[in-house]
Design a protein around this ligand. Sequence first.
Ligand code: AGP
Length: 612
Amino acid sequence: MCGIMGYIGRKDGYPMVIDGLKKLEYRGYDSAGVAIMNGTLSLYKKQGKVNQLEQYIHNQKTNGNIALGHTRWATHGVPNDSNAHPHTSESGRIVMVHNGIIENYGALKSFLVTKGFTFQSDTDSEVLVQYIEWYQITYKLTLKEAVRRALGDVDGSYAIVVLDSLNPDSVIVAKQDNPLVLGIGVDEIYIASDASPISTYTQEVIYLQDGDCAQLFDDGTYTIFDLENNTVEPSITTVKCSNDNYSLEEYDSYMLKEIFQQPESVKACISPRIDLDNYEIVIPEIDNHKRIFANANKITIIGCGTSWHAGLIGEYLIESLADTCVEVEYASEFRYRSPIIRENDIVIAISQSGETADTLAALKLANEKGAFTYSLVNTEGSTIARHSDAVSYLSVGIEIGVASTKAFTAQVSLLTMIALKIARIKGTMETKEYKSIVSQLSELPTLIKKTLETNSMMHEVASCHYEKDHAMFLGRGANFPVALEGALKLKEISYIHAEGYPAAEMKHGPIALIDEKMPVFVVATNTSALSKMISNVQEIKSRKGQVIVLKEEGQDFPEEIADHIISIPQTHEVLSPILSSIPLQLYSYHAAKMRGCNVDQPRNLAKSVTVE
Ligand code: AGP
C-alpha cells in the first residue's frame, strides 16, 4: 500500500514526481524515495515523509528525463532508509518501485540466495527486482521479457515501474490488484497510483487492467501487452483537471479545515439532489434502476472503518424509512465467508477513497455473484467507482486528513437521501413525514454550522480529559454507530484507547471498566431513546464515571447527573447522527493536539488502505 509516481519523456521528471508524491501521501508516508536517470542513475531514499526526502535531496543533482518516485506504507520490513523504495538489483543495474505484496517472496528469496544474490532490505519488493535480474542474466533477456517472465512466477499483488539503467530509453510497468494509471502527454508519459497527480499535466489517461504490462518509451510512445505477450488495445479515458485545494488556509491541520468545511461539503453533496419545489430526491443512479431498488430482497452494505460506520447508520435509515432488509458487513470479512447474495439483491459499497482493497475485493465478489452493485465514493474515477454498476459521488472535494470527517457526514447524508428515495419509490412513508424530513434535510448545512459552535466547549472538555488513556462512547439506535465513530476517531489520532458500545450493552460487561478515570461520552440526541439513556447515565454516575452528554437543544435532561452537557441544534431524529458526530470529531482533534499528535498523519496509518 504505497504511492507511485513516475515520468518518462523529454523534460526533467523530478519536479513532477516530487509534487505527485505529495499528492499520493494518503497512500503511505513512512518513507519515500526517487530514482532519476541522467546518463547515470541517481537514487535518493529516506525514512519519513515526502517533504523530508525533498529537503534531503535539496542541492543534489535532480535533472533527468526519467524519474521514478515512491511513498511507502510498510508491509514487509520496518520503515527505514534501506527498506524505502526504489529498490535495485544485485548489480545495481535494474531499479524498481512497487506497490503491493509479493506473497511468495520467501520461496523466491531462498532460490535467489542459492544463486548468490544478497539483499540490502527486508522487503518483498527487493526480492522481485532481484528475481527480474536473475531472469535477465540467466536467459540474456531484454528488461521487458525478464519482467514478463518473472511476473509469471509471482503470487500476490503489484503495481510496478522498472528501469534498466543500461538501456534507459524505456521503462516497463505492470499491474495486478493494485492501481496504476498512465497519463499520455505530448512526447511524454506519466505513471501514477491514481489520476490526481497526473491530471495537472494531461487529462488523457489509461487505467491499466489486472494482468496488463506496458513498455513506455522516452518519446511518448508505448505498447501494452499481457503476461502471455499478447497485445492489449489501450482504452483512453479523459479525466478532469484536478482543482483540489491543498491549501491549509487559516487552519493548523487538514483535519480541522475539513471539520469546518462540513456546512459547504454537506451542501455540495445534498443540494444537487434535492428538488424542494416538488419535495423530490433526485438520484439518477436510483431513478435509472427503479425496478431493482423497488424489488430488492436485501441490501448489503460493505465498507471499512468510518465508511462501515456510515453504513450502519444507513441500515437504520433504510430499514425504518424504506422497509427494506439491510445487512452491513465489514468488507474485509465479506469475502472470507460464504455471503448469501441472491438475484434481486443490491450491494452498496461505501468508500471515501474508492481504492480500499478490502472493499474492492468484496465488491468484485458481489459482482461475480450477480448482485446489482452501487458505490458511494468520493474520488471520481476511482477503482471502486469503475467496478460498480452505478456510482453516486459524495462531491465533498479531496479529503486529506487521515481521519475521515467531511466524507463521513456526506456518506450519511447520501444514505439518508437513498433511504428517502427508496421509500418514495416503494410508497413506504406517509407524505407528511417524508416532506418534513426532506425539508429539514435541506436545512442541514445551516444546522452543521451551528453545531460547529460547540468547538470551544469541546476544547474545554478535551482539556479535562486528554491525559486519560481510555474513553467510552455510548449511543442507542442510529447513535450507536455515532458512538463507534467517536471512538475510532479518538483512537486513530490521539492513540487513546476508546470503545464504542450500544448504551444498553454497557451493563453486560463494559460497565466493569467505569471508574473516576473513565470519560464516557453519551450520545443522547435521539429523543425516542432519551429516558433509557438517562437511566444509563445514572448507572455510570453511580460508579463515578465522568459523563459528557450530547443532547439536543430543548431536550429535558437532568443536568446534575452529567459533568458536561453539550447541546446541538434540534432536528428530525433520522438526521441527528450527522450533527451528533461533529462535536466528537472536534473532541478527538483537541485531545490529539493536546497530546502533541500529528492529527493529519497519525502513526502506522494511511489515508487509503490498498492492501488486504
Ligand atoms: C477513517 O477515519 C479511517 N482513517 C479509516 O477507517 C477509513 O474510513 C477506512 O480505511 C475506509 O476508507 P475508505 O472510506 O477510503 O474506503
